[in-house]
Design a protein around this ligand. Structure first.
Ligand SMILES: Cc1ncc(COP(=O)(O)O)c(C=O)c1O
Length: 390
């Protein structure tokens, strides 16, 4: 199976078109439009293994079309590398941090990435410098003497926006390896490689696959050496993806442009309405003109993403956290769940997780806005807000 090399002319195509056409079989008479999903653990191979496929922990023809498509979407010259989960991709990327090395990370970031770093601090002597990633001066100071910068922007869950061009350039000057988790923005929202990131991380589980039906991760880099190192890590540690998951992710990727357009438009309008509601004390969404991340996001992102942060007034006789829990349980359409990036709108109070950073406020609610009709989403939020006793 040769893939279409739809990349040949992809530079002239816009990213939402690339999402549709990349990674397809060649345009030849009788070829399938979609790459097949191949269920095999092993391939015929005799003699000294060469270029071809040999064993499905190392490479498969089901991974390659997805990897080609994601690489092109991130503006990379090399295909992505798919992993069994976003966290497996993070672990692989952090294998670039030496024993005893120092890493700079956002104090608010995906909690399991932070937990992984704590684990590495105990096991490999990693020094973990947690910073407010929106505070550029603080990040620059922390970069001195460090080995790796891990960035999320916008951050999970607090939606802080990092100055990617400045931070990535400063890291390069200091020979600090840069890893950017682009899960929240997606490659349609920002392309960190263009700002000099060494490795881009994705939880494919979220927007890229988009339907809350797979767990998958990926890394993208422009460096052949880094790609080889990360591929070796993948084979050696065995955190590989199943063929069905990758096939589903490529199928999901085809509609990324449509899904993201709708979800982002829904999110911007809901953020505006929530910010004007008397029961609401704080809304975080970079689309809001008074959001601390607004100007930066407008300058470096295409769109503002579809995750909203929300805090509410305390209902009578309740704490704000209790009010948040009651509000969530009064919702009928929004799904109380921990993931994000699916077609369905999801909501949770992040500190219900004991492992969430203690600097995330107890009552902070994260909304992952989906693609349902805006008015239905709003009506559900509004009726639950109305139930808060005033
Ligand atoms: C920003 C971010 N990165 C990485 C991950 C981990 O991805 P996965 O759940 O696919 O392992 C998540 C999961 O929530 C996430 O939100």
């Amino acid at each position: 199976m040769t893939s279409s090399k739809s990349g040949e002319n992809s530079e002239s195509l816009r990213p939402d078109t690339v999402a549709v056409v990349a990674g397809r079989p060649a345009r030849e008479q009788g070829n399938a439009l979609n790459p097949p999903v191949v269920f095999t653990s092993t391939y015929y191979s005799a003699g000294v293994p060469g270029e071809g496929l040999v064993y499905a922990r190392v490479d498969t023809e089901t991974w390659q079309p997805f990897e080609e498509a994601l690489g092109l979407l991130e503006g990379a010259e090399l295909p992505a590398l798919v992993f069994g989960s976003g966290l497996a991709a993070i672990a692989a990327a952090l294998s670039l941090l030496p024993v005893g090395g120092t890493v700079v990370v956002p104090r608010h970031a995906y909690q399991m990435a932070l937990a992984y770093l704590d684990d590495g601090a105990a096991k490999y002597g990693w020094q973990v410098r947690r910073v407010d990633i929106a505070d550029t001066a603080a990040v620059l100071a922390a970069l001195d003497g460090s080995d790796v910068l891990l960035v999320e922007s916008p951050t999970n869950p607090m939606l802080e926006v990092a100055d990617l061009p400045v931070l990535l350039a400063a890291a390069k000057e200091r020979n600090v390896i840069t890893l950017v988790d682009n899960t929240f923005a997606t490659p349609l929202g920002q392309q960190p490689l263009k700002y000099g990131a060494d490795v881009v991380i994705h939880s494919v589980t979220k927007y890229l696959a988009g339907h809350s039906d797979v767990v998958l991760g990926a890394l993208v880099t422009n460096s052949p050496q880094l790609r080889e190192e990360l591929k070796q890590y993948r084979s050696l540690h065995g955190a590989v993806a199943g063929p069905m998951e990758v096939w589903l992710a490529l199928r999901g990727l085809r509609t990324l442009g449509l899904r993201l357009d709708r979800a982002q438009a829904n999110a911007a309008e809901l953020a505006k309405r929530l910010a004007a509601h008397p029961k609401v004390t704080q809304v975080r969404h970079p689309s809001l003109p008074n959001d601390p991340g607004h100007e930066r996001a407008a300058a470096q992102m295409n769109g503002f993403g579809a995750i909203i942060g929300l805090r509410l007034l305390a209902g009578a006789g309740a704490t704000t956290a209790e009010t948040a829990d009651a509000f969530i349980s009064d919702l009928r359409l929004w799904v109380p769940a921990t993931s994000l990036g699916g077609v369905e709108s999801m909501i949770e109070r992040r500190r219900r997780w004991p492992s969430e950073s203690k600097t995330v406020p107890e009552d902070f609610i994260r909304l992952s806005v989906g693609i349902e009709n805006l008015e239905d989403l709003w009506a559900d939020l509004a009726q639950a807000l109305d139930k808060i006793a005033g």
